[in-house]
Design a protein around this ligand. Structure first.
Ligand code: PMP
Ligand code: GLN
Length: 377
């Protein structure tokens, strides 16, 4: 029987984490924090379970959580989404992205994505019958050539997808990028899917510029977020989608039959936890310390780097060390040197800029251990 996704294989995150575990390596590959979760958040979920919040939640999510997300978005992005009909809780941003694409992409529609792109985008577009149009970011700065985007538009282009702060480069779109994007989206009557899972992780005083801030984008965008990233609970798989009512209506139709609703006690815990804004407003400072620790420790190594502007990933250019391709080098580093990373060529159709991605959402001692190994190469 013919596969619906013939080019899909095991995800690189599964592969590298398994290889890392097998060889007892320091695992800076898959993006997840390895430090304990705030005890206050643990208490809140235990309380939710004890209070018997254990049955189905409302289809779009608990109203208390939708209201808290609406407030957070107003504070952070100066944009309003109505809790009643413009917000939906999802099983991680992954389900939000999948559902958003299923809700608006018809067979034959083209969707522009920028590579390196997070791995769940292309399969979701293909399953909806859409066509993936890839545009390579310009290296070494991972910027987007907006003229090239204009040149790639056709009569069936339906949507553009962006991701800022960007996984894997750690780069962020600027105000100039966002206004050029807005012009293209508005002039050509397109939709935007903006993956903002690292929205609270921006460094060196930079501000994350959500699509929600731009009027022309607001009314044409579906935006995805992830509490897995914001509250260090990737295993809770809790995310959300924001969109104006006319798009959210379509999103709800799909969500209703993909999952109906998502985890009730987790939603209750997060709704209460969101009552203190510093729990997300200080996330950038928290991760900047980890980035700085990591980069200070390896500044005299043979790796070259540009400090990440946001997200919890740092790319390291290894071209002074070896001419191996990134997949081979990442494997060898894991097996022989006991440090696991992610080769980024897998997100860019095999194009290999000789860079590996390292996740610094780790305990200090793990970062120090990793740096020691990297300095020895
Ligand atoms: N988008 C990007 C860019 C990501 O890095 C991730 C996960 N690391 C996701 C989406 C998925 O988020 P979640 O774990 O909430 O499904
Ligand atoms: N998003 C995480 C990363 O970029 C991985 C999540 C997953 O394994 N699907 O590393």
């Amino acid at each position: 029987r013919k596969s619906k996704l013939p080019s899909v294989t095991e995800s690189i995150f599964t592969t590298m984490s398994a290889l890392s575990n097998k060889h007892g390596a320091v695992n800076l590959s898959q993006g997840f924090p390895n430090f304990p979760v705030d005890p206050a958040l643990k208490e809140l979920i235990i309380k939710a379970i004890h209070d018997d919040k254990n049955q189905y939640a409302p289809m779009a999510g608990l109203m208390s959580l939708r209201a808290a997300i609406s407030k957070m978005t107003q504070q952070q992005h100066r944009a309003f989404y109505h809790p009643e009909n413009e917000i939906c809780l999802t099983a991680g941003a992954t389900q939000g992205i999948f559902t958003a694409i299923q809700a608006v992409i018809h067979s034959g529609d083209e969707v522009i994505i920028f590579t390196p792109a997070y791995d769940c985008y292309a399969p979701a577009i293909e399953l909806a019958g859409g066509k993936v149009v890839e545009i390579s970011m310009k290296l070494p700065e991972f910027t987007i050539d907006w003229q090239e985007v204009k040149d790639k538009l056709t009569s069936v282009t339906k949507m553009i997808m962006i991701n800022s702060p960007h996984n894997p480069s750690g780069d962020m779109l600027t105000h100039e990028d966002m206004t050029k994007l807005q012009d293209i989206v508005v002039e050509n009557n397109l939709l935007l899917l903006s993956d903002e899972v690292y929205e609270h992780i921006a460094f060196d005083g930079r501000e994350h510029l959500s699509a929600a801030r731009y009027e022309g984008l607001w009314e044409r965008s579906l935006i995805t977020g992830s509490f897995g990233k914001t509250f260090h609970v990737t295993g809770w798989k809790m995310g959300y989608c924001l969109a104006p009512k006319h798009l959210m209506e379509e999103f709800y139709k799909v969500h209703q039959y993909v999952v109906y609703c998502v985890n009730h006690p987790v939603q209750d815990a997060i709704a209460n936890y969101l009552s203190k804004p510093e729990r997300y407003t200080e996330l950038g400072i928290f991760y900047q310390k980890k980035r700085d620790l990591f980069l200070n420790l390896i500044k005299d190594s043979r790796f070259k780097f540009k400090p990440a502007h946001g997200s919890y990933f740092q790319l390291l250019d290894y071209s002074k060390i070896t001419d191996e391709n990134d997949v081979d080098f990442a494997r060898r580093l894991t097996i022989e040197h006991k440090i696991a990373s992610i080769p980024i060529s897998v997100f860019m159709n095999g194009k290999d800029p000789n860079m590996l991605r390292f996740c610094f959402a780790k305990k200090e001692e793990e970062i120090i251990k990793a740096a020691k190994i990297l300095n020895s190469l």
